[in-house]
Design a protein around this ligand. Structure first.
Ligand SMILES: NC(=O)c1ccc[n+]([C@@H]2O[C@H](COP(=O)([O-])OP(=O)(O)OC[C@H]3O[C@@H](n4cnc5c(N)ncnc54)[C@H](O)[C@@H]3O)[C@@H](O)[C@H]2O)c1
Length: 424
């Protein structure tokens, strides 16, 4: 579709723009770091005339990132990084109120999803911004002629970074990437506190079950898993952790959780949550021994963590028990419930991370885009971590906006901490 001014878009319903605007404004109140960046960008215009190709969850927080980028002078085209996470009212407001080219419709099928990614690529982005590396994936597979036009990209999540490091290792990465996920002000807060809270929120909204007293199995004890386990425990669950990494498993034990192999946990769990970034973290062998009524959800990036085809194969019928809850009747007479089609449950059934957490993640995105615009020519075709000064600046701004003051090292302390010859 095209507006009178020639702006292309494909969203569900432009009439939702008022509702979207109100929610974008609400999120903005909780994103003071991004607001201060937006104000500076409006003065300095560091992204003047640069075409950005964004593939992010189309949420209120993303809308405020887009506002910061356009304040900086960028031309933005946006598509969804997950077919179920688009907030249609936000997509409408971005088109109608901010003149952004948005291609995203909640619940769209694979064909529409990929045609929207291609619509963003059709804009010939100079900088890409991904959450799961889908735009970069299309540029590196179907549209390689465009690779030389891109000066650099950023990547939001763990799973995307894994894919990009694999491309780099094969010597096939077409342009430099800043891995926003690797910033401390991203994964320490977004993955842990954001995913922790919003995953439990999504599960509760979808099911309305009482978490207290349940045996909750968290598969994967990385940044997200730590947060999910912590919040489930806080709600009164008996939390069991499954891991493949001995260090993370040991940490879970020391944090007070029961740790056991997946197959043992499968027999005893009431609610299962995968956050591994891995394939088939829950598979046929687990489904075979699960209790009748077990609930299975995923909060890892892709809907591959739960082997849904294996569950379907073991079942003779399926039914929608309630929105976002699908019951699989197994041939041996049990019913296992899958939430949100196995997609990120915090985005499918809830609203994703709270704005206050995305404030820092997206401040990293905005400042990384600025860094890329200024320094891309000095970078190699590699995956870079966010420069430390950006990470520290975001933490400083966040503390400032929270009204929290901290101490500074004295000159004597600085000398002591950088010397080798001063001791006891
Ligand atoms: N839901 C969200 O909003 C959200 C937010 C951030 C990240 N993510 C996604 O969540 C996933 C996890 O991210 P993270 O930052 O915690 O990653 P991480 O690398 O810190 O942790 C993943 C953990 O899973 C473990 N693991 C891998 N395969 C396993 C298996 N088969 N069984 C048990 N454990 C296994 C790893 O050892 C590791 O400890 C990624 O896909 C990431 O993209 C989702």
């Amino acid at each position: 579709m095209t507006t009178a001014s020639g702006q292309h878009f494909d969203v569900a319903d432009l009439a939702l723009a008022d509702a979207g605007q109100a929610r974008i404004d609400w999120a903005d109140r909780h994103m003071p770091v991004l607001e201060s960046i937006r104000d500076r960008f409006a003065r300095e215009r560091p992204l003047e005339g640069i075409q950005l190709g964004l593939c992010l969850h189309v949420t209120t927080e993303t809308a405020n990132l887009v506002r910061a980028l356009t304040a900086g002078g960028a031309d933005v085209a946006l598509c969804a990084s997950n077919p179920l996470s688009t907030q249609d009212d936000v997509a409408a407001a971005l088109v109608d109120r901010y003149g952004v080219e948005v291609y995203a419709i909640n619940g769209e099928g694979d064909e529409s999803y990929y045609s929207h990614i291609n619509a963003v690529c059709d804009k010939h982005p100079k900088i890409t911004m991904d959450d799961g590396a889908d735009v970069i994936g299309v540029l590196h597979s179907e549209r390689t002629a465009q690779l030389s036009e891109v000066i650099g990209g950023t990547e939001e999540t763990t799973t995307g970074v894994i894919r990009l490091k694999a491309l780099e290792a094969e010597g096939r990465l077409g342009f430099p990437i800043i891995a926003v996920n690797e910033a401390n002000t991203k994964h320490l807060f977004d993955n842990r506190y954001g995913t922790g809270q919003s995953t439990m929120d999504g599960i509760i909204r979808a099911t309305n079950i009482l978490i207290a007293g349940k045996r909750v199995v968290v598969v994967g004890y990385g940044w997200c898993g730590r947060g999910v386990a912590m919040r489930a425990k806080g709600l009164g669950a008996h939390v069991i952790v499954c891991e493949v990494d001995p260090l993370h498993a040991l940490e879970a034990v020391m944090d007070g959780f029961e740790v056991m192999p997946g197959i043992e946990a499968a027999r005893t769990g009431d609610l299962f949550i995968t956050v591994t970034g891995d394939l088939h973290a829950i598979g046929a062998e687990h489904f075979k021994v699960m209790k009748d009524g077990a609930i299975v959800a995923n909060s890892g990036h892709f809907n591959v963590e739960i082997d849904i085809p294996a569950l379907a194969e073991m079942s003779d019928r399926r039914r929608e028990a309630r929105p976002f809850v699908e019951g699989f009747h197994t041939k041996d007479g049990r019913e296992i419930f899958l939430l949100g089609e196995g997609r990120l449950i915090n985005l499918a059934a809830a609203e994703g991370h709270p704005a206050a957490v995305m404030d820092m993640s997206f401040a990293n995105q905005a400042l990384s885009a600025e860094h890329m615009a200024k320094h891309a020519s000095e970078l190699e075709k590699k995956v870079y971590v966010v420069p430390e000064e950006i990470d520290k600046e975001i933490a400083r701004l966040k503390l400032e906006t929270m009204g929290v003051e901290i101490d500074a090292l004295s000159e004597e302390q600085k000398r002591y901490l950088t010397s080798w010859d001063q001791g006891t």
